[in-house]
Design a protein around this ligand. Sequence first.
Ligand code: SF4
Length: 335
Amino acid sequence: MEKGTQDELRRLTALGLHHRCAQGDLARVAALTLEINRRKKERGAVVCAHVYQAPDIILGIGDLVGDSYKLADDCRKTSAAEIIFCGVHFMAETAKILNPSKRVYVPSKNAGCSLSEGITAADVRRLKAEHPGLPVVTYINTSAEVKAESDCIVTSANASKILRRLYEKHKALIFVPDRFMGANLAKELGKTPGKDIFLWNATCVVHEKFDPALIEVYRKRYPGLVALAHAECPSELIKAVDFMGGTGDMMRYVESTNAAAYLLVTECGFGELAKLRFPEKNFIAMCRLCPYMKSITLDSVLALLKAPAAVEVTVPADIAARAKVAIDKMFELAA
Ligand code: SF4
């Protein structure tokens, strides 16, 4: 083995990646991360890695790591010439909207999202016609075309705060596309769906399937357990847990508390990262894989670096300009 690969193997081991790879696999990972990091540096590219990505991507090649909000914010501040987005397509589109002069790539053509695919710009236009004058608040998990029809974008990290601020000026609003998140926010803010908040019916294929009955089973088995769930989960599940939030909120909650055990009800990549960040804490597995997020691998990132044009993300200028107004509104109201 070459010295460079040996050093990379040591670096990945120090990051704790050996806990999730057999030695032969870690050597293969090290060869890939070494080459990806070299090529990325040559191109002046930065790798954004969402917390639902696998740890070999987050720790091995990620430069900017976080939830949708943090990555959008990081992307608008980066001075890198190119952005490689290890996340799903709508995230890469958001990065492109915020950086129109930069090249943005997503390493898989299958990195969609059931929420983003669950609503179109025509659907939003129809909702606006049905509820004239109401602001359209749109979860970031949507296409650029849908964002362009919106007044303000939110992420799970700031939705509650932004909705509160909008309700100071508006009696009612339209929230799309996640019906579970919309219902959870309505409950938190004391609003009534169909009266103060009008929802769409898309769902996340990962978070909609968790079984609320299992939370009680885990509580009995692990005394002192604290259950945390993502805001995309159905309300029945949210009722059964101790904390609801976005992934950034969940990570901060884990960091600042000292429970006997944590049940993380979200995509599996988040739990893997939490285990690596807090090896002294006890995490109980109740997770599901997102097929879209997990369509990205180190091999697909290397393939991108060899033939980037095939996976470049583009957004028509008129759509990008209108979508940016709604995204900028989020940064203003979330500040
Ligand atoms: S976890 Fe759900 S919301 Fe996130 S990318 Fe996958 S399908 Fe979309």
